[in-house]
Ligand binder design. Structure first.
Ligand code: RFL
Ligand code: PHB
Length: 395
């Protein structure tokens, strides 16, 4: 067995792990990133699309924002569609000039891997059988098998568990040390990618009695759209024609709006849940991103929360390594969780306001419509949505 050491061992080359590694590098702190997939695979996974103002700023500050600024699309608002009509929420006028960027998560990943490797970063792809131990000692360790089968042990000062919902870090924490808060939603999203021009200049979040629809985009000729479905829905049951008929029905407006249709080249069903674990730390293992919390995608918060966790953790580790201060590490979980719970509330609220719940009744339907009417007619209501959507500040 080969043995090495590093300051921070990071598990997972998603947004949380890569951002953490690069911010630490810029502070002169070394890390090793272990990723179970190949580089090609992590650069191809289709996930999020909306970057908050703070995530855009972070990408620029760390020197990874050049392509995003050229190829991403700045969006200054969203459309809420209900009762067959559109109401727009304007971000800059409600948030002191903030907006969001449409830029695919796999492009963020490509850009982060590139800046990391260009600056001598150590990312080990196809790391197998990753395990962590000695977490409650001063020298936590990671063991894994590399591409050629050699087993390596890395002794670290700290380990960052950035390995998402299916990772090994959270399950390595002894039962009883963590509290898990979870809410499952009785629906999922059916997501498609299609080759067509954009149907709208801005994202449309549509509430309809047949179920929620989101019209999003990726580029002038690739569109991303979702419709609410059963969590156990099978993609085989949905021909392209049936999908477009469903989108047309749910997106219908009083003035005859129809989506731009085109060949569908990806169909997936995703489940919806909210999950938060407390605390986000056990000994010298710190959790960041989806390994510690999951939100339903309605608020477009998951990737952005991963980015803020990475910033808060990097700040705490920097204070430790550069100023010999442990206080920020002790406060990490509490500081991160305050913001995470706000995003959890926002994602739950957007989901509840816009989806059709099984067994719902007219009373519930009127409440949801009334909430949408309120949010789009009161400046205070619109502002509450806008400031959360563009992202709340980090404390
Ligand atoms: P990730 O991205 O899951 O990365 C974790 C990495 O860890 C690796 N890994 C391991 N490596 C080594 N050993 C092991 N044992 C490992 N186990 C796992 C994995 O291979 C992976 O590379 O977690 P991270 O960094 O916390 O980032 C979280 C985000 O990916 C996630 O929250 C977002 O994608 C959620 N999300 C959205 N977030 C937004 O902010 N805006 C959006 O518009 C948005 N839209 C979405 C979304 C998620 C979606 N899906 C597919 C759930 C839309 C969708 C459809
Ligand atoms: C996406 O484009 O994938 C997307 C956009 C907004 C959301 C969720 C997903 O709320």
């Amino acid at each position: 067995m080969r043995t090495t050491r590093t300051q921070v061992g990071i598990i997972g080359a998603g947004p949380a792990g890569l951002l953490l590694s690069h911010i630490l590098h810029l502070q002169g702190i070394e890390s090793v990133v272990l990723e179970r997939h190949s580089r090609d695979d992590v650069e191809a996974i289709i996930k999020a699309g909306v970057l908050e103002q703070g995530t855009i700023d972070l990408m620029n500050e760390i020197g990874a924002g050049e392509r995003m600024m050229k190829e991403g699309f700045r969006h200054e608002g969203i459309i809420l569609r209900f009762d067959g009509r559109d109401e727009r929420i304007d971000f800059p006028s409600l948030t002191g000039g903030k907006s969001v960027m449409i830029y695919a998560q796999h492009d963020v990943i490509k850009d982060l891997i590139k800046v990391r490797l260009d600056s001598g970063g150590d990312i080990r792809f196809e790391a197998k059988d990753v395990s962590v131990y000695d977490l409650d000692t001063a020298q936590p360790k990671i063991r894994y098998r590399d591409k050629s089968g050699v087993v390596e042990e890395i002794t670290c000062d700290f380990i960052a568990g950035c390995d998402g919902t299916q990772g090994i870090c959270r399950p390595s924490i002894p039962a009883g040390a963590l509290k898990v808060h979870e809410r499952l939603y009785p629906f999922g999203w059916f997501g498609i990618l299609c080759k067509a021009p954009p149907s709208s200049d801005e994202l449309i979040y549509a509430m309809h009695e047949r179920g929620f629809v989101l019209v999003s985009t990726r580029s002038p000729d690739i569109q991303r759209m979702y419709f609410q479905c059963s969590p156990t829905e099978k993609v085989e049951n949905w021909s392209d024609d049936r999908i477009w008929a469903e989108f047309r029905a749910r997106l219908a407006t009083q003035d005859g709006w129809v989506p731009q249709e085109g060949p569908i080249f990806s169909k997936t069903v995703i489940g919806m849940r909210s999950l938060v674990v407390e605390p986000m730390r056990y000994g010298r293992l710190f959790l960041a991103g989806d390994s510690a919390h999951v939100v339903p995608p309605t608020g477009a918060k998951g990737l952005n929360l991963a980015a803020t966790d990475a910033q808060i953790l990097a700040r705490a580790l920097t204070a430790y390594f550069k100023s010999n201060r442990s206080d920020l590490l002790y406060q990490y979980s509490e500081t991160a969780l305050r913001r995470i719970w706000k995003a959890t509330r926002f994602s739950w609220w957007m989901t509840s306001m816009l989806h059709t719940f099984p067994g719902t009744d007219e009373f519930q339907n009127r409440l949801q419509l009334s909430e949408l009417n309120y949010v789009t007619s009161s400046r205070a209501g619109a502002m509450a949505l806008a400031e959360n959507y563009v992202g709340l500040p980090i404390e």
